[in-house]
Design a protein around this ligand. Structure first.
Ligand SMILES: Nc1ncnc2c1ncn2[C@@H]1O[C@H](COP(=O)(O)OP(=O)(O)OP(=O)(O)O)[C@@H](O)[C@H]1O
Length: 248
């Protein structure tokens, strides 16, 4: 179907003799905010890495807008309009927040190649300032990234990912290690971002995503356990069983 943006077809992943993912088929529609959830060790990060092109699956295919992208290099994913942010923050700590985003904008914006160096820099500067504003860091541009609070560094990383103007944003546990206040700010940001593009996130805490996602995909022991609306998932006895005793 034409409104599918990303598809995993019978994806499998083996690490030696260990089968981390087995025969996982999931389709993601353009424009949706979808979360991949599941208990510890379910295979979420492995699936994320495969969907985002960081890991080639041992079996199956990944399709982006109907095109087979399985095993393509990460930069090819970026060029197609897929951006990702990881659990571990990935900012240049010595550079200012503004410089971090500007570098990301310069690296990814091919349009700048056609501009004079001075106007390219000005455009990248303007893009960086707008992106910092977008993620709630408008007043922090001059601060070294390493001096920002953890939640702010994660927001900075989101701004860097957005510099590529992605159609699809993949986020691995965007609230990992955050305080409750930082978590609220990030979830609010994710909702705003999802109004403009497709967002797929991996999240360990089911409660956190129930209220904001249109659809949830549940992995368990490397297999697709369930998928559906938050209501479907909340009512699913299998899902309740695997989450029992875990901090959902
Ligand atoms: N590179 C690897 N080599 C061997 N085993 C791995 C590797 N990466 C992941 N695994 C194993 O695959 C399984 C799934 O791991 P994965 O990190 O994808 O789960 P997860 O659902 O993201 O878990 P968590 O919520 O704890 O982060 C785990 O048992 C893990 O130990």
């Amino acid at each position: 179907m034409s409104d599918l943006i990303l598809e995993a077809r019978q994806v499998g992943m083996r690490f030696g003799r260990f089968q981390a993912l087995n025969d996982v088929s999931v389709s993601f529609r353009a424009g949706e905010l979808c979360a991949i959830i599941g208990p510890n060790g379910a295979g979420k990060s492995t699936f994320f890495n495969i969907l985002s092109g960081s890991l080639a699956p041992s079996a199956g295919q990944v399709l982006f807008r109907g095109q087979d992208v399985t095993g393509l290099a990460p930069h090819a994913y970026a060029r197609m309009g897929i951006a990702k942010s990881f659990q571990i923050t990935n900012v240049f700590k010595q550079l200012s927040a503004h410089e971090n985003v500007r570098v990301a904008a310069q690296m990814r914006e091919r349009r700048f190649d056609f501009l004079s160096p001075r106007s390219a820099l000005r455009e990248a500067d303007e893009a960086a300032a707008a992106l910092l504003q977008r993620v709630g860091l408008g007043g922090h541009g001059r601060r070294p990234a390493g001096d920002l609070a953890h939640g702010q560094q994660r927001a900075l990383e989101v701004a860097m990912a957005l510099a590529a103007q992605p159609q699809l944003l993949l986020m691995d546990e965007p609230t990992a290690g955050m305080s409750p206040e930082e978590t609220t700010v990030m979830m609010d940001l994710i909702q705003r971002l999802a109004a403009e593009r497709t967002v797929i996130l991996v999240e360990h805490k089911m409660k956190l995503v129930m209220g904001i996602c249109s659809r949830l995909v549940v992995l368990h022991h490397g297999e697709l356990l369930a998928e559906g609306t938050p209501e479907d998932i909340r009512a699913n006895t299998e899902v309740r069983r695997v989450y029992l005793g875990q901090s959902a």
